[in-house]
Design a protein around this ligand. Structure first.
Ligand code: SAH
Length: 397
């Protein structure tokens, strides 16, 4: 098939990862490019002997192409619709699309849904889109049309929140805006609990949806306990602990607005009185070192300390000292929920870091649960980099 797209020809022997459906083409594999290629263009990739391999979006950088098809295709509106529809059908099968107790979920998880550079989160009647590449951003109107068609009148607005997630040179060009409808904020239900989502000013797309199951598990350990929730954001884990009948809950976050959101979320849930909850706007490290309270359950859910391989060493030190402080001070018989969402710190390394922190305290520490991201954040088996959330639930004697 002859297409109108520019071509990238690989060096001999460099087609292996693409034959294994890995969705990234690295710059070192490229022998030559045919035609004038601009940032965000759709390109086709060929082996050195001119066999078609894949189609994707072109970028300047170490990842040259993010692949969205391993079959020759013309990505028109119908193509994006089919992709979004496939993602929807999976969420439907997983029980998210018609669920009274949970109406907040990830509809598109980038490479995990064959759509590198695209995140779509559903907040009840709102969809929030985040693109990470100019190529995917160029497809946003087709994507918005697909969402309108799939959800119909259930969908009241689509917000494009890509300004912060595009690469540096595009950040001034792309602005956050509604592609359809409008809403300031929405109330969502997660496992029967209510949360107010301000997707315009909240972090990421507004909520950390990936912790849904882990928050539920935390609830199971919280009855009559003193719970410390560090890196609390809008109080996700705290609300579950309060609902489960915790004795007291302390939430800590350094970002100013989060205290207000957590208080609003407590008010939204009729079953929670909230007089045993205190929010501290503070640095989690300082708080862990200085607080005098004794805790039965501690949650450590920091932001990604390492975003690139170059910062793995520094991040390792950060995770180690955080876990050391928490393990050192938790009550005997205490439960620690500890997480890392840094993609470059893998499961094995994270466990080693927590091992070192535990050994420094000389306490007996056992792993009760090994946690990860939920099924609406699928991982392509061909793209192990898609596995980013790791958690351990520890029992500390
Ligand atoms: N556990 C939360 C999500 C946490 S996201 C949930 O379930 O919704 C990470 C949070 O850490 C953000 O809210 C960010 O404001 C906060 N944060 C970042 N650095 C911090 C620090 N040094 N001390 C305390 N909070 C911090």
């Amino acid at each position: 098939m002859k297409s109108s797209f520019s071509r990238i020809i690989l060096k001999q022997g460099k087609e292996r990862s693409l034959l294994n459906f890995h969705p990234w083409l690295f710059s070192g594999a490229v022998a030559q490019t045919e035609g004038e290629i601009r940032e965000g263009d759709i390109v086709e990739i060929y082996s050195h002997d001119k066999k078609y391999l894949a189609t994707g979006h072109y970028h300047e950088g170490s990842i040259k192409v993010r692949i969205f098809s391993f079959e020759q295709t013309e990505p028109d509106q119908g193509f994006w619709k089919r992709k979004i529809r496939n993602a929807f059908e999976l969420r439907k099968r997983l029980g998210f699309t018609d669920n009274n107790s949970t109406n907040v979920y990830r509809l598109v998880h980038a490479e995990g849904d064959g759509l590198p550079g695209l995140i779509i989160d559903i907040y009840n009647s709102a969809a929030v889109i985040q693109t990470h590449t100019i190529g995917m951003h160029n497809a946003k109107h087709d994507i918005a049309e697909a969402l309108k068609e799939i959800y119909g009148s259930r969908l009241k607005c689509i917000y494009d929140k890509s300004a912060e997630t595009m690469s540096k040179q595009e950040q001034g060009v792309v602005e956050n805006k509604f592609l359809y409808g409008e809403a300031k904020e929405v109330v969502v239900t997660e496992n029967g609990l209510k949360f107010l989502i301000d997707f315009q000013i909240g972090q990421k797309t507004g909520f950390f949806i990936d912790q849904r199951e882990n928050r539920k598990l935390l609830g199971e350990y919280s009855n009559c306990k003193n719970v410390l929730n560090t890196f609390a954001y809008s109080g996700g884990f705290s609300i579950y602990a309060l609902e489960a009948g915790a004795n007291l809950v302390h939430s800590v976050d350094s970002s100013k607005r989060t205290a207000e959101w957590a208080e609003q979320n407590i008010k939204l849930n009729a079953g929670i009185a909230g007089d045993n909850h205190t929010f501290y706007t503070a640095d989690a490290f300082d708080f862990l070192k200085s607080s005098q309270e004794s805790y039965d359950v501690i949650i450590l859910d920091p932001p990604a300390f390492a975003k690139h391989l170059s910062s793995v060493n520094r991040a390792t030190v950060g995770y180690r000292s955080l876990n050391y402080e928490a393990i050192k001070r938790i009550k005997p018989g205490g439960i620690l929920f500890t997480f890392s969402c840094s993609q470059v710190i893998d499961k094995a390394l994270f466990r080693k870091i927590v091992f070192t922190a535990a050994a420094m305290t000389k306490r007996n520490v056992r792993i009760l649960h090994q946690l990860t991201q939920p099924s609406d954040h699928p991982i392509s088996i061909y793209h192990p980099e898609g596995e980013y959330l790791k958690g351990l639930v520890l029992h500390v004697d």
